[in-house]
Design a protein around this ligand. Structure first.
Ligand code: NAG
Ligand code: NAG
Ligand code: NAG
Ligand code: NAG
Ligand code: NAG
Length: 783
């Protein structure tokens, strides 16, 4: 995002220097004034008064309240205090100096965390629900309200049928916003629909981008929001499949939860994004008042410090109101330092595979068979070989070989492609878009090969033509074979659904990776969940490839991304919340993190897409295990004051703290981040001096719990824990311990991160925290 914004700012500066300043350009800004003093339900009169105070404040600068009313397009009145307005740069700078204003920042766009593809996760075994399933324990997430901030919803989807659901919980105060005769309806499952577009419209207007106002409805025209919302809380839908594949019963993580769609994401704008900060803030503010229990945000942007991050600021108010916030880690992996949504009050989710594959085999003329992945609706005749060509060898005269190899629009020569299987390299454009280009150029099929940085992770997409996506290693075999012979030939098998595949999970190559470049003492991501080839409900306003030429419509589609793993965790949060309605967001998050697993279904350490051992920098605490998360034994709890202390430890002064709380907060002295009660332990700068971390666990298991510690030390690090056993006498009892970390050889320094774990167990519960140690903070080697 920073890079996209930079050219705009530069041209603005240029403009001011060389033109008359009278023609000042307006931009939309968020004027942030912190939280409100009450977290109780504000009255109508309070809300009016807040808005008037915003008009007065800006009016005093612009000359009249009327001018302020024209400029302000959101007044955040309930839990967030502030407004969004179209202002000139000078006006924005001036309002920032007002003592009531704590921060002014540009209304920037964010991205949805998707890469196209599909998959699905369940809490059942072979179609049956075992007794220990968290679904049974948590009554399928009954009556928990899950809010999704995304592209809206396709309300007619079977995933939102309300069969067998009782009356809407009385605490619900939301609405069903149906305008433009778009036929949007709510029911006892889909209890709320709203849309927020003023930040989006403001950006478009300020950049002279024409918008289609007829699409301003909460109806999902993109598919992403329907997919994520149904993954978190969709009802049971038997016979769900994509073009006939993966047939089964679709369902969300909390199948009996109530769901509400807050549409904040719109078609992407050039130089902007798709989900704008001002709209996200407005939606979060309203959703808190609506009475939601869980917020799911499959949205993000480049890392920003918390006081400049609308998601971090807005969700802090949600946490103050007891709402758990789950967000995606980003799809910028596998390079280090790419993870986003870094605030410790956010539950940040990476993406990994599951034990189902949609296999499509590539056969070469040299009798080699290579396994790939696909969800193409059509297949090549299986008894026939077709001529095979590398897309680089089929380049148009006016195109570069690199563009052709990447199957970019206009780069292929149809006379060299027609009737052949085209081999394209992954990168630059969407995978399904390459299939479209291959189809346009007359190819009978496409082999999509990974470039080296993608490793061997492959994704099943509903391509327009027979196609198979293969890993880097397999791709090298294909290119070598093409080079080895004059007339290369090959074929692509029909798609076969394979279950119980091993190993699984494997971290997805796109999943964003730590360390946390804003605050390296907090491990991010927090956890991983399925995000590769996820099947869930889809919008029928768009084709499965999102390409206009594609006229297919599907009630279910496959998508891949941390966007897809995030709502899996949101659904599981719904289950834990149903079993433990009084738990804080931090306790729920701790329960899910400390019960996660770090081994795959081959009992080996979870691997990354290059078959190397993955680490907590990739998956945080590990892969989510919902059945254990509802009974974690101990939790690492945190209060709102603890989060404020965290900000103190980061050096936030009273001015910055006012962004998060209206009440003066006294920073404890001394307080270091090593004492922040996070469920994972990270020491980013361990040097000659030992570092002692303290943690406090709360007993939530059985009244008489006798826990013993066991530690797996990171390589080169000694860890001693004091005390080594904790005996609890009652539920809710808290006990503290210290862990001292020391380099084994005081002269040495840890260049990269090393990992271990700290486990408390009473024989029944296993409460695991990852331990990550480095000497160099967030400076890590490129792996
Ligand atoms: C606006 O979008 C609607 C719905 O997608 C479409 O039917 C209509 O043709 C569009 N209008 C314009 C002017 O693009
Ligand atoms: C999917 O499964 C259901 C139930 O077993 C069956 O009735 C239906 O025909 C199947 N559909 C496909 C496309 O295989
Ligand atoms: C393949 O990946 C390498 C390494 O990331 C990169 O330098 C190269 O440009 C990529 N190839 C193409 C054709 O994009
Ligand atoms: C090459 O020329 C064709 C035909 O004129 C055009 O459609 C295509 O966009 C051009 N490609 C590039 C990469 O310039
Ligand atoms: C608080 O910190 C901010 C950001 O570092 C700084 O701009 C501001 O001047 C500080 N305020 C005070 C009162 O120290």
């Amino acid at each position: 995002m920073g890079l996209l914004i930079l050219p705009l700012l530069l041209s603005f500066v240029f403009f001011c220097l060389f033109q008359t300043p009278a023609l000042a350009v307006k931009k939309s800004y968020i004027v942030y004034m912190g939280g409100h003093s009450t977290v109780l339900e504000p009255s109508f009169a309070d809300v009016k008064a807040v808005t008037n105070s915003h008009y007065n404040l800006l009016g005093s600068l612009l000359g009249s309240d009327q001018k302020a009313q024209d400029a302000i397009f959101y007044s955040y009145q309930r839990y967030i205090n502030g407004f969004a307005a179209n202002l000139e740069e000078g006006e924005a700078a001036e309002i920032a100096t007002n003592p009531n204003v704590v921060s002014v920042f540009l209304n920037q766009g964010r991205k949805l965390h998707t890469t196209r593809s599909w998959d699905f996760m369940g809490l059942e075994r072979n179609g049956a629900i075992p007794a220990d399933s968290a679904w049974n324990v948590a009554r399928f997430g009954e009556n928990t309200i899950i809010a999704n901030f995304d592209t809206g919803v396709w309300p007619e989807s079977e995933s939102f049928n309300d069969e067998g659901m009782g009356p809407i919980p009385s605490k619900w105060r939301g609405v069903c916003q149906s305008e433009n005769n778009d036929g949007v309806r709510c029911n006892r499952k889909l209890i709320g629909i709203r849309y927020f577009n003023k930040g989006y419209v403001a950006f478009a207007a300020n950049n002279n981008i024409q918008l289609n106002a007829s699409t301003f409805t909460a109806r999902d025209h993109g598919g992403h929001g329907t997919h994520t919302l149904s993954t978190a809380g969709g009802s049971f839908v038997p016979g769900a499949n994509v073009l006939g594949f993966g047939n089964g019963t679709a369902k969300g993580g909390s199948p009996k939860a109530r769901v509400a769609a807050y549409k904040v994401c719109w078609p992407a704008l050039v130089g902007g994004g798709e989900c704008f900060d001002a709209d996200i803030m407005a939606a979060i503010d309203v959703a808190i008042a609506d009475g939601v229990d869980v917020m799911s945000l499959s949205v993000g942007s480049g890392p920003r410090d918390f006081f400049h991050d609308a998601i971090a600021l807005g969700t802090f108010q949600a946490i103050r109101n007891g709402i758990t916030v789950v967000a995606s880690a980003g799809n910028e992996g596998p390079g280090p330092g790419t993870v986003t949504n870094l605030a410790p009050w956010i539950f940040t989710v990476g993406a990994s595979t599951m034990d189902r594959e949609f296999a499509s085999y590539v056969s070469l003329g040299n009798k080699m068979h290579l396994k790939g992945s696909s969800l193409s609706g059509t297949a090549l005749p299986s008894d026939k070989l077709f001529p095979l060509t590398s897309a680089a060898d089929a380049k148009a005269a006016n195109a570069s070989a690199d563009d052709a190899l990447l199957c970019q629009a206009g780069s292929l020569d149809p006379t060299k492609v027609k009737g052949k299987i085209l081999v394209c390299l992954r990168g630059l454009s969407a995978r399904v878009e390459k299939g479209y280009q291959a189809h346009l150029a007359g190819a009978v099929g496409m082999i999509l090969a990974n470039n080296v940085s993608d490793g061997n992770g492959v994704l099943a997409d509903a391509h327009l033509l027979p196609a198979s996506h293969i890993g880097y290693t397999e791709g090298q075999h294909v290119f070598a074979y093409i080079r080895s012979t004059k007339n290369p030939v090959g074929s692509i098998s029909p798609v076969m659904t394979q279950l119980d595949t091993k190993p699984a999970p494997i971290m997805a190559s796109f999943s964003s990776v730590g360390p946390n470049i804003i605050e390296p003492a907090i491990l991010k991501p927090d956890i991983t969940a399925p995000g590769v080839s996820v099947i869930a409900a889809y919008s029928e306003a768009v084709s499965p490839t999102e390409i206009e030429f594609d006229k297919r419509r599907v009630p279910f589609n496959t998508l891949s991304g941390t966007s897809m793993s995030c709502p899996h965790v949101s659904g599981i949060v719904g289950l834990v919340k149903t079993v433990h309605p009084s738990w804080s967001p931090a306790a729920i998050k701790s329960a899910i993190m400390t019960t996660a697993k770090t081994r795959d279904n081959d009992k080996q350490p979870i691997r990354d897409s290059s078959s190397l051992k993955a680490t907590p920098i990739d998956y945080g605490a590990g892969h989510v295990q919902p059945n254990r998360a509802v009974d974690p034994g101990l939790v690492y709890d945190l209060t709102v004051d603890d989060y404020l202390n965290f900000l103190c430890a980061r050096g936030y002064n009273q001015t910055l703290l006012r962004l998060f709380t209206d009440k003066p907060h006294v920073c404890p002295k001394p307080f270091g981040l090593e004492n922040f009660n996070y469920p994972s332990i990270t020491v980013p700068t361990l040097l000659a001096n030992p570092v002692t971390v303290t943690r406090t666990v709360t007993n939530v298991g059985s009244a008489n719990g006798a826990y013993k510690v066991s530690v797996k030390e990171p390589r080169g690090v000694m860890v001693s824990v004091e005390p080594t056993s904790l005996d609890f006498k009652s539920i809710g009892e808290k006990k503290s311990f210290k862990a001292t970390l020391k380099l084994k050889s005081s002269a040495s320094k840890i260049e990269d991160y090393v990992f271990g774990q700290l486990v408390w167990s009473d024989g029944k519960h296993v409460v695991r925290s990852p331990v990550a140690v480095s000497s160099t903070g967030n400076q890590v080697k490129i792996r």
